[in-house]
Design a binder for this molecule. Structure first.
Ligand code: MV4
Length: 457
């Protein structure tokens, strides 16, 4: 096992990684920007190194500064967390060339999955179903129109380098498609430096369901069931849960087995997430992309499987074989996560930075379940305008979905939070909505809010 690892991240996930390291008897090194000097993760790490000014480009995205801090502190490995450099193949490669361990998949796999069209080809080869659309990248708007005619409108143009909804354009007709093509391509070039597009039939009213995987370097891979992530606003997840009410046990195990086999086939290592859209009518799951990082919503999987995913990432990167089998994994009960963001509901959910003057969250056993709070901040902390506005993640576990919802309602009521505006009210409305309670979820629709899905995408 490593003696010391460096965490190339901040906030909630840096604290989460410090806790996992402590559990393994591993020292942690925090790197921080000038804006984070007083942040809890800096105090909680064994060592801390300032790597630059507040601007992320000059600190959390500065690969050289991070590598220098790793060498200077004699760290043996780097955990990238999520966001920032976590899916940057070049950075992963630099880490390895510096003779440090990378707590994540091989750079070649990050690169493959970062280009969505080749990733789809790899998923198809591994037996995962794809949404009908272009076979590879598009060459022209005319070619796009030909494919759209075959698969039927509406269609969706997606950026090869995209993900998370950036560079996407929906088209309901040939005229719209021709107009959208250059827009999407230009947006993709501006955002990612890569104008390449592919096309898919637009699945209306689908659900976003993703499977968690863990793989070791010895060719073993398991899945840890699914998360339901359909409740989003502008491609920002508001609430996630596991399991999804929309999967039968048979489908769960079938898709999970394919996901694990596909991960082994591509030489995956560490924790990863395979995203699907579920067709509303057939219930079939279609591969959309694979994320080669730990995800924000990983706790709902931890709560229902009992597996510490961050511990697993570190042990796998240290060369351990998976220490449990697929058959030994059981989905136990139900877990829900709510992301509390410092945002102002009265100003279109614009970031609401400021000082947290009061923060007290319920934690521990409650009713027939338990509550967990993975926080980025403590009372007195400042939510900086330079980074994402997450205050923390409230997570409930209970024996069934209704009880996990009831517990989350209680936990949100009990949460004492003052000093900044937050998303809590929106999430309370979602939990109270009939569609949410019935498990009636679809992407582009926030339960309890007007349905704007026809205007999205
Ligand atoms: C789609 C889709 C419908 N059809 N692909 C948006 C983020 C990206 N990861 C995939 N996204 C979508 N892809 C096809 N072929 C609808 C969406 C989508 C969506 C997906 C998940 C969560 C929220 C969403 C909101 C709007 C559109």
């Amino acid at each position: 096992m490593f003696k010391r690892i460096l965490i190339a991240n901040r906030g909630e996930i840096a604290r989460r990684i410090i806790r996992a390291a402590q559990k393994l008897g591993v020292e942690s090194v925090a790197v921080f920007s000038e804006a984070d000097r007083d942040a809890p993760f800096v105090k909680e790490a064994s060592l801390a190194v300032c790597i630059g000014p507040a601007r992320a480009a000059e600190s959390y995205l500065d690969a050289r500064a991070i590598l220098q801090a790793a060498l200077q502190t004699e760290s043996q490995a780097i955990h990238p967390g999520y966001g920032f450099l976590s899916e940057n193949a070049l950075f992963a490669q630099m880490v390895k060339q510096t003779r440090l361990a990378w707590i994540g998949p091989p750079p070649a796999v990050i690169r493959l999955m970062g280009e969505k069209s080749p990733a789809k080809a790899a998923a198809k080869a591994a037996g995962l179903p794809l949404i009908p659309g272009s076979d590879g990248l598009l060459e022209s708007a005319e070619q796009a129109a030909q494919i759209a005619k075959q698969v039927g409108y509406p269609v969706l143009l997606k950026a090869d380098a995209g993900g998370g909804g950036r560079g996407m354009r929906r088209a309901n007709s040939k005229a719209e498609l021709i107009a959208a093509y250059d827009e999407a391509s230009n947006e993709a070039r501006a955002a990612f430096g890569n104008p390449a597009l592919y096309l898919e039939k637009y699945l209306v009213g689908g659900r976003h369901i993703e499977f968690q995987v863990l793989a070791d370097r010895w060719g073993n891979a398991v899945h840890l069931f699914e998360r339901e992530c359909s409740v989003q606003r502008r491609h920002q997840k508001l609430l996630e849960e596991s399991p999804s009410v929309a999967l039968s046990e048979k489908q769960r195990l079938e898709v999970g087995a394919k996901v694990a086999a596909a991960s082994a086939a591509i030489g995956y290592e560490g924790a990863g997430t395979v995203e699907f859209l579920q067709d509303e009518k057939s219930g079939e799951l279609y591969f959309i992309e694979m994320n080669t990082r730990l995800q924000v919503e990983h706790p709902v999987t931890e709560e229902t499987t009992g597996v510490d995913l961050v511990e697993a990432q570190i042990r796998i990167a240290a060369g351990e074989r998976l220490w449990f089998t697929q058959e030994s994994l059981r989905l136990n009960g139900h877990s829900i996560e709510v992301r509390i963001n410092a945002e102002d509901p009265d100003r279109g959910f614009a970031p609401s930075p400021g000082v947290i003057t009061r923060l007290c969250a319920p934690e521990g056993p409650m009713g027939q379940g338990r509550v967990r709070f993975d926080a980025a901040v403590v009372e007195g902390s400042r939510v900086s305008p330079h980074y994402d506005s997450m205050i923390g993640k409230l997570i409930t576990w209970a024996p069934d979905r209704a009880k996990a919802i009831a517990l989350m309602v209680q936990a949100l009521e009990k949460l004492e939070l003052e000093g900044v505006k937050s998303t809590r009210g929106l999430q309370q409305d979602i939990l109270a909505a009939e569609d949410f309670r019935a498990g009636n979820l679809r992407v582009g629709v926030v339960p309890g809010r007007p349905d704007l899905s026809s205007k999205e995408g």
